[in-house]
Design a protein around this ligand. Structure first.
Ligand code: ARG
Length: 596
């Protein structure tokens, strides 16, 4: 496995070398190279440099050019730069040699990782994502955390980071007193016929939850029995704990069935819910109080912040322990930080959680920094995501005003996608009904994931299934069809081996544009991994598919005008495009069927 230096990196290096050779007084100035429409790359660094050296930028640029080996003048048998010219106030316009484009892609193609390097200094990241709540239905809000988290896990692991997953499910709290008490009084409410049916599990839980709630609100004695049950639960009473576990296990059957539909793998040992930190809570409070980071205020243990105030200007503290001795969400999260830093040895903690919890995390992180659990070596960040909106631009609800069940959404997406696949396939390949349903699921779930991942996480987005499963525009369906189309060309070519590159051939403009974009894969992934920005990967892939479409329109592949070696070179471009698309989509957690 060898990482391949991108053309951008190579050119950057050459221009930087020429710069320091031509202008030793400039030190190591940055040539500021970027992709450009005018030529392949443009370097703008001479402008700032001229200011600094009080020279004429065009003259400086000309000096740099004199130090750059260019195809026409160079003794280098494989020159990278075909042409370079000074333009405008002193830019360098750089054109890459066709042979260098093809040769670099060939080097990428020879590597399983497509030449993408590993991160230079990988660390250990604990990522907190896909964290629904026990005995509650998963709704569209839980979609984002799971989908974004899964993509970030894949992207970080591909970069070589050690990733530990944590699903911080809501599995503790006073509501369990009511649920357990109800179950004691109605012992068969959770029985079901099919032990593995997520649907049955959830409908039981739902029914039980509603019934318990009604009783709790109407029957003062039941309410009192429920309160005592909370005390038993917290005291670790065996019977009570066993029933609590029943709720957790039932919910997990349901969660796993939804994650399965979402095509997201969740492993049981990574599900460490709020209850997983119970043994640490008292100690966390003691440490915070003894260090003075938290103080008692009206009996509660609180952390105060200068910049966090309520509407009347009074301070809003983070409450670590309530005045009745109970621990809440903050105590759990602070204990989880201790666990993740001290036991799991993380240097990065990432939380894929709704932006509406940002204040909570801001306070929790600041508290952890004050006591030293977070510091210069270990840092935490919330990857805060926005709200899923309906077509009307308001938070997504059913017509009756209820939150939308995630499962219903996925089922609908799959149905619509199956219709698209069915319609398309009638024209060309004859797929069996089973194939159509399987691909419908891959396309439908892919569409939902892609719509989520292709906008920056922090922004709200509209959940619009019509748009999501559209064949045109920035959708996963478009990308999946591009992939399948390439695969069908490769099948038609009937090559037993991967097609080889022919760097000696000149390239058409659409081939160059495609090739230069393919070359950016590694750099794009690095940016995506450092900034936790899957939407930039989605954008890259969409552009890749668009460039491929243009290439396909302009450059005949199997009937290439230049004969067998050009056919093979174009097949090579098809192949590396498909591999890059497939790899990129898989990092987003989206399948790419071979035939569509
Ligand atoms: N279960 C919570 C919810 O549904 C999300 C948990 C987020 N993670 C955390 N460490 N607090 O809102």
């Amino acid at each position: 496995m060898a990482s391949v230096l991108s053309l951008a990196a190579t050119v950057h290096q050459r221009v930087a070398d020429a710069l320091s050779a031509a202008l030793p007084e400039a030190g190591s100035a940055d040539p500021l190279l970027r992709r450009s429409d005018r030529a392949d790359f443009q370097a703008n660094g001479m402008l700032a440099l001229a200011k600094q050296l009080k020279g004429n930028p065009r003259e400086l640029a000309a000096k740099v050019v004199a130090h750059l080996p260019v195809a026409a003048t160079s003794a280098d048998p494989d020159p990278v730069i075909a042409d370079i010219e000074v333009s405008g106030p002193g830019f360098l316009n750089i054109t890459i040699a066709d042979s260098a484009i093809t040769a670099t892609l060939a080097a990428r193609a020879a590597d399983d990782r497509l030449g993408v390097p590993f991160a230079q200094a990988p660390g250990t990241t604990v990522i907190d994502y896909a964290q629904p709540n026990v005995a509650k239905e998963m709704h569209v809000g839980h979609l984002r955390s799971a989908v974004i988290g899964d993509a970030v896990v894949r992207i970080l692991e591909f970069a070589g980071e050690q990733v530990i997953r944590r699903h911080h499910i809501g599995d503790w709290g006073t509501q369990f007193g009511m649920l357990i008490q109800y179950l004691i009084e109605h012992p068969h409410e959770l029985d079901h016929k099919d032990a593995s049916s997520g649907e049955e599990a959830m409908s039981n839980l739902n029914r039980l939850y509603k019934a318990a709630r009604v009783l709790f609100d109407s029957d003062a004695e039941f309410k009192e029995r429920s309160r005592r049950r909370v005390v038993d639960l917290q005291a670790g009473d065996e019977e009570t704990i066993a029933l609590w576990r029943k709720f957790v296990d039932e919910s997990k059957i349901y969660f796993y069935s939804v994650f399965d539909k979402l095509d997201i793998e969740i492993h049981d040992p990574d599900v460490v819910g709020e209850s997983g930190y119970n043994d640490m809570l008292a100690e966390t409070c003691r440490l915070l109080e003894e260090s003075g980071v938290a103080v008692r205020s009206e009996g509660a243990l609180c952390v105060f912040f200068d910049d966090i105030k309520g509407p009347e200007g009074n301070p809003v503290p983070l409450i670590v322990q309530k005045s009745d001795g109970g621990f809440g969400y903050a105590a759990t999260d602070l204990s989880a930080i201790r666990d993740r830093v001290q036991h799991l040895k993380a240097d990065t903690l990432l939380y894929v959680v709704d932006a509406r919890q940002s204040l909570h995390f801001k306070m929790v992180f600041e508290t952890a920094r004050r006591i030293g659990w977070l510091n210069d070596q270990v840092h935490a960040a919330q990857l805060a995501f926005g709200t899923v909106l309906g077509k009307d631009g308001k938070p997504f609800k059913t017509r009756a005003g209820e939150t939308v069940r995630l499962e219903d959404l996925l089922d609908e997406a799959t149905e619509r996608a199956a219709a698209v696949v069915r319609e398309k396939s009638e024209k060309k390949l004859s797929l069996t009904e089973e194939d159509i349903l399987e691909r419908g699921a891959q396309v439908g779930v892919g569409a939902v994931k892609y719509a989520d991942l292709s906008t920056s996480a922090s922004r709200d987005y509209k959940f619009d299934l019509d748009q999501m499963v559209s064949l045109n525009g920035d959708t996963s369906v478009y990308l999946q069809y591009a992939y399948a189309r390439i695969k069908s060309i490769l099948r038609l070519a009937r090559e037993d081996q991967r097609p080889l590159a022919h760097p000696e051939l000149p390239l058409a403009p659409a081939e160059r544009a495609l090739g230069l974009h393919l070359d950016q894969f590694g750099e794009t992934l690095r940016e995506v991994a450092t900034g936790y920005e899957p939407h930039k990967l989605a954008g890259y892939l969409y552009q890749l598919a668009s460039l491929y479409t243009t290439f396909y329109d302009q450059c005949p592949v199997l009937k290439a005008e230049g004969g067998p070696s050009q056919v093979e070179n174009r097949l090579f471009l098809c192949d590396i495009t498909a591999r890059t698309l497939g790899q990129g989509m898989s990092l987003l957690g989206i399948r790419t069927p071979e035939r569509l």
